[in-house]
Design a protein around this ligand. Structure first.
Ligand code: ZN
Length: 124
């Protein structure tokens, strides 16, 4: 007796993942509040990674360690590589997240030493 994936559950899981990814991509592209985006970025990465794992594992019909490992690796790379300009708020993907001389392509501000504290806790 093997477990068969329910097509409705698979479709709902894929739809949830797509909605999370598209809504996040639009938000992080359009919004210019760098503090808010820095605070929400790890939340969105975690949510989109978990929903991806859930969608793929529901389609496969079992929990896949390889899919979980891929989701964790991609999530960590995205956590490190995504920068938000402290001056203009533009979202930018750093080709080398370990370089300290990354600069904003729009205003030229330095993108290093960014903190991800909650926006309401930060004084300006
Ligand atoms: Zn900028």
């Amino acid at each position: 007796m093997s477990w068969q994936p329910d097509a409705l559950i698979v479709a709902a899981s894929c739809l949830c993942w797509l909605i999370i990814v598209i809504a996040g991509a639009v938000f992080f592209d359009r919004n210019r509040n760098a503090r808010l985006k820095r605070w929400l970025w790890p939340v969105w990465i975690t949510g989109s990674s978990l929903s991806f794992v859930e969608a793929v594992c529901s389609a496969l019909g079992h929990i896949s360690v390889a899919i979980i490992a891929i989701a964790i690796a991609v999530g960590l790379i995205n956590l490190l590589a995504q920068k938000f300009c402290p001056t203009c708020g533009l979202s930018q993907y750093a080709n080398n997240p370990f370089r300290s001389d990354n600069k904003c392509t729009e205003c030229g501000s330095a993108l290093s030493r960014q903190k991800s504290r909650a926006p309401h806790l930060e004084s300006s």
